[in-house]
Design a protein around this ligand. Structure first.
Ligand code: SF4
Length: 487
């Protein structure tokens, strides 16, 4: 039987989920830019809990502060007043590329011949290593191991007179999934990758422009959602207002379906769909395809609650709170000794005995990666007296690694890459197990009703961790030249 060691890990690591890499927030044209960025990052905290940072600019100086920990741990009343200026970018991080270290906390801030620049990035640059090796050989000195720094070097080395031109040229060289914010002394530049793998939205707060990974950040600061940033689009915001251009042609979209399944906050809208409504619809479709003879439906908090409600509604079964999450388990806890290692999941979740005892329970979860958490939750429910536990997963089996900024386990750790559904069911000790298949999952995006997108949306999704069909090349070759076209 597989076992996940908690030795040297934190509470998130024993939690068997894919991890989002980061969240970004930017604002231009507001006297309290840094304070609003702080609140924006607070709303995006679910996208990364390892480090946080803000860079701001006034008319002459760039200021920044970053640190390890939650937004509220990194920023206090002592830090924010020093972040003066009318514009700011902020970042919350969970590391996948570069490792966990303060040097990799963002925004990364650099001074070079053309001025100051701060970079905040959500996603993963799949050819960063090749470009970095080449820059290394040409004498560049890197301050961090973050793939984001590669872009700073490309911009600084650019031969064009303006930063926008150098940013545009740099973007033609990098590949991957990203939402990028770049703050200079006189501009805020926002970019979404050519396939729209990572989300990004534009809003307004009075006359100020705001850009964020998710719309929940707009709601928190009272900003109005304007539209999603389009794949391959670059927004340039400065004293003249907002202008937009394409730095890459977007022939199709490949938004990460895991944004809907697990990463994003339920109150966010992404590319025309509300996340809660998508999850609820996923639960409904799963209920039609894999019903269970049961007494009660419960969801694994927090991300599976919406889907569990949909599943229960579709089968006219009672929905109940059968698992309680300890919201204060935090990122780290004292490492359990070998004897207490099995505490891992119990530190985070408890079963509600009165709800599940003597009942046939359907436990709805959004994804199953290594299977270890599901195994412990099934045991938890049975220990609390559940007579049967039927596990329903509102996504397909995860069989492949992600190269676009999501921390999937190594492929050999993905249980569905090694075992059949029946074998996984036996491994987690459930009475039955069912997943949504890919076409059923995608059907919720075309059904009429609550999940129907608005008219502007053109849709396409990345499902590579389920199907192994990647929307880009998996970049292995070395770039032939680092000279941007036209220089
Ligand atoms: S491979 Fe999976 S996690 Fe990665 S971007 Fe695609 S759908 Fe999202």
């Amino acid at each position: 039987m597989d076992e996940v060691s908690t030795q040297g890990l934190d509470a998130e690591d024993v939690w068997d989920k894919l991890h989002e890499e980061c969240g970004v927030f930017g604002i231009w044209g507001h006297p309290e830019a840094a304070q609003l960025t702080y609140y924006g990052l607070y709303a995006l905290q679910h996208r990364g809990q390892e480090s946080a940072g803000i860079a701001s600019v006034d008319s002459i100086t760039m200021h920044s502060h970053r640190g390890m920990g939650l937004v509220t741990e990194v920023f206090g009343q002592n830090q924010l007043p020093g972040l003066r200026g009318h514009a700011a970018v902020g970042h919350v991080r969970y590391s996948t590329a570069g490792g966990s270290h303060i040097a990799n906390a963002q925004p990364l801030v650099f001074s070079f011949g053309k001025g100051n620049i701060a970079l905040a990035h959500n996603g993963n640059l799949i050819n960063a290593r090749q470009i970095r090796d080449l820059l290394d050989r040409q004498g560049s000195i890197f301050q961090s191991t973050s793939d984001t720094e590669v872009v700073a070097h490309l911009i600084a080395r650019g031969g064009y007179p303006s930063t926008v031109e150098n940013v545009r040229a740099s973007m033609t060289m990098i590949k991957g999934g990203y939402a990028f914010l770049i703050l200079t002394d006189d501009q805020l530049i926002a970019m979404r990758d050519p396939l729209g793998l990572r989300p990004m939205a534009l809003g307004m707060l009075g006359d100020a422009y705001v850009v964020a990974s998710e719309t929940c950040a707009f709601d928190t600061i009272g900003a109005t959602f304007i539209r999603d940033v389009e794949p391959g689009e670059m927004l340039i915001i400065d004293a003249d207002g907002l202008r937009t251009e394409r730095f890459a042609q977007a022939n199709r979209k490949a938004l990460c379906t895991f944004e809907y399944i697990y990463f994003a906050r339920p109150d966010s809208d992404i590319d025309g769909y509300n996340v809660h409504m998508v999850r609820k619809q996923l639960g409904r479709v799963l209920a039609r395809e894999a019903p269970a003879n049961a007494d009660v439906v419960i969801g694994v908090p927090d991300s599976s609650i919406s889907a569990a409600i949909g599943y229960a509604e579709e089968l006219a079964l009672p929905y109940e709170i059968g698992l309680i999450k300890n919201k204060y388990s935090g990122r780290t806890f004292i490492q359990p000794s070998q004897e207490l290692r099995s505490l891992g999941v119990r530190l985070k979740l408890s079963a509600v005995r009165k709800i599940v005892a003597g009942k046939r329970v359907v436990m709805v979860d959004d994804s199953l990666v290594r299977g270890t958490t599901s195994m412990r939750l099934v045991q938890l429910l049975k220990d609390a007296g559940a007579t049967e536990v039927h596990v329903r997963i509102t996504s397909p089996p995860v069989r492949h690694s992600c190269f676009y900024g999501i921390d999937t386990s190594a492929r050999e750790e993905l249980i569905a890459a090694r075992k059949s559904v029946d074998e996984i069911c036996a491994f987690i000790g459930a009475d039955s197990l069912a997943f949504l298949d890919e076409s059923s999952m995608l059907s919720v995006f075309s059904e009429d009703g609550a999940t129907k997108p608005d008219a502007r949306s053109a849709h396409g999704f990345c499902n590579a961790c389920f199907s192994g069909v990647y929307p880009t090349e998996i970049y292995t070759e070395s770039p032939l030249s680092l000279t941007p076209k036209g220089v």
